[in-house]
Design a binder for this molecule. Structure first.
Ligand SMILES: [Zn+2]
Length: 270
């Protein structure tokens, strides 16, 4: 039987509760305390974006190389994404865009530009629904595959795009769907809070105060609601890239950040 990590956690938790109840009885000590501990583990697995409780989740790359990955979520956006691309070009930086499928469908020309300019596109679900953790595994797979097929049209690659869960939430069902698709789930190690702060200087300072080699930074070039825009990430980007340059940190895609040293050397040698 091919069990994903989420199934193993749930089975182990259930077995531990049954054993405890058998040994100590269904009292507060026998059932209540272990049940509370198990609930805390489940909550951590679902609500902490970088948690690997249910599924291996990447939140940063190696610390040894002078590289970081800037990631932009919830686009593409007709107003904001082109500005982000212009700034990245100006500084010779690359980034990863975790796109919402239903936004990408309406802006494929922006997706084409993102790929042509050497950036990476990741899958940020089709609908970006807060309810997706209540979907069946089959519905989740449909949502994931729908966006994947659009991304493949642009990249002309059979590779499975990186995946970032909406709001970073990972239910056991999403873990099962990810396991079935062999997804690589990517979270972040630095949150810019650009969705809560309209001051670009403050957003950039927040990122630059925390950032170290290997970090993955969360920014936004889009909004989950059609017609709404988020400018704070794009406005802070020149300041962030100036700060990275001053520290000798190169902005690369997530796949470049996590590529093993050997394959990188081979690539660089042609
Ligand atoms: Zn999002």
């Amino acid at each position: 039987m091919d069990l994903c990590r989420a199934d193993k956690v749930l089975l182990a938790g259930g077995a531990a509760l049954a054993t405890s109840a058998a040994l100590f009885g269904a009292s507060t000590g026998g059932l209540g305390v272990p049940a509370a501990a198990f609930a805390a583990i489940l909550a951590d697995g679902i609500f902490r974006p970088s948690s690997s409780t249910f599924y291996p989740t990447l939140s940063r790359g190696p610390r040894a190389r002078a590289q970081v990955a800037l990631t932009f979520d919830d686009g593409p956006d007709a107003e904001v994404t082109p500005r982000v691309l212009d700034t990245l070009n100006e500084y010779g930086a690359r980034a990863t865009f975790f796109m919402i499928g239903r936004h990408l469908e309406r802006a494929m020309s922006i997706g084409t530009r993102v790929v042509a300019e050497g950036h990476e596109i990741g899958n940020h679900s089709w609908a970006h629904s807060y309810l997706q953790n209540f979907y069946s595994v089959r519905s989740l797979l449909g949502d994931i595959e729908r966006t994947e097929s659009l991304i493949r049209t642009l990249t002309r690659s059979a590779a499975v795009p990186l995946y970032r869960a909406p709001v970073g939430l990972k239910s056991p069902r999403l873990a099962r769907a990810a396991h079935a698709r062999s997804l690589r789930i990517v979270a972040w190690s630095v949150h810019s809070r650009d969705t809560l702060d309209s001051n670009p200087k403050r957003v950039a300072e927040r990122v630059l105060a925390k950032i170290r080699p290997g970090d993955i930074v969360l920014l936004h070039d889009g909004h989950q609601n059609a017609g709404a825009h988020r400018h704070s990430g794009a406005d802070s980007l020149p300041l962030i890239l100036q700060g990275l340059r001053a520290r000798g940190l190169q902005a690369v895609t997530v796949s470049e950040l996590i590529a093993p040293e050997r394959s990188r050397t081979r690539c660089e040698n042609g």
